[in-house]
Design a protein around this ligand. Structure first.
Ligand SMILES: [Zn+2]
Ligand SMILES: [Zn+2]
Length: 269
């Protein structure tokens, strides 16, 4: 995996920072350097090598490695408090605190998010080629501009279509904004609900979208510290077709329906 991505991109990405696992959970460190520290790309080893063999999903947990899952079923929620892992039943994070949505507390929020396996994965796994190309074509400025639009279109409505599966999870299919949405728990209303205290069944307010956008921007800035301000030309890649999870063969990469269609036309040769 490590050799197959990033070689043609001119900006550094902070991926899989050394020493990030197992993640210390009790007590939460005050200011973890890892979410802002650029680090060289590293080959997947240890639990990351395992993750390459595992289907990444919202209920992923590797409790022995300090990576948990806080999405409780209704039944579990009656027995366990918020911030308790659905697998090992340890109370580990204060979702009441992250639900304050206070940017002054963002270090704690980012630390807490990374205690969850699915978030940790998106904080540390290397970006896929699609995400790198997307970011480079957009540049930092447009990536930042698109963030609230993406959040609004994915989770802004009271009842998003197929909530829980609207943000691609596979690094082959996820673009840079999709990575950010998973990392900061703005991928679906269920995740935004338990992490950020945003009630389901009503539209998000502009303030709430602005808060989630700021988290996503900080994630992108942390993980792509050298992304140029303006977009750059990236040639369209010729990729083989591959079956998706359901066995359907789709041409790749597929452009995101929402906001990068003009780009893919612009760069078509
Ligand atoms: Zn656990
Ligand atoms: Zn989600």
């Amino acid at each position: 995996m490590s050799a197959s991505y990033g070689s043609t991109n001119s900006f550094r990405v902070a991926a899989n920072p050394a020493g990030s696992l197992p993640f210390p959970t009790q007590p939460l460190p005050a200011l973890p350097p890892k979410w802002s520290a650029p680090a060289a790309d590293a080959p997947a080893e240890g639990i990351w090598a395992d993750f390459e063999q595992t289907k990444i999903c919202c209920t992923l947990a590797a409790c022995g490695d300090g990576l948990h899952c806080f999405r409780l079923t209704k039944k579990l929620a009656r027995a366990l408090g918020p911030g308790t892992c659905r697998e090992c039943h340890q109370a580990l994070v204060s979702l009441e605190r992250t639900g304050q949505r206070d940017l002054r507390d963002v270090d704690h929020t980012f630390t807490a998010l990374q205690v969850e396996a699915i978030r940790h994965y998106f904080w540390h796994t290397p970006f896929g080629q699609k995400a790198l190309d997307y970011a480079q074509r957009a540049g930092r400025r447009r990536l930042h501009e698109r963030t609230p639009k993406r959040i609004r279109s994915r989770i802004g409505k009271a009842e998003p279509f197929r909530d829980g599966s609207q943000t691609p999870i596979s690094p082959m299919k996820a673009d840079a904004l999709d990575f950010a949405l998973h990392a900061v728990a703005a991928c679906c209303r269920k995740c935004a609900h338990y992490w950020h205290g945003l009630e389901m069944g009503r539209p998000l307010t502009e303030d709430e979208i602005a808060y989630l956008s700021e988290l996503a921007r900080r994630y992108l800035d942390a993980r792509m510290p050298d992304l140029p301000e303006e977009g750059q030309r990236v040639p369209r890649r010729v990729t083989a077709t591959a079956p998706d999870a359901d066995g359907n063969v789709m041409p790749m990469p597929s452009a995101s329906q929402s906001d990068n269609a003009p780009l893919s036309h612009r760069h078509a040769s």
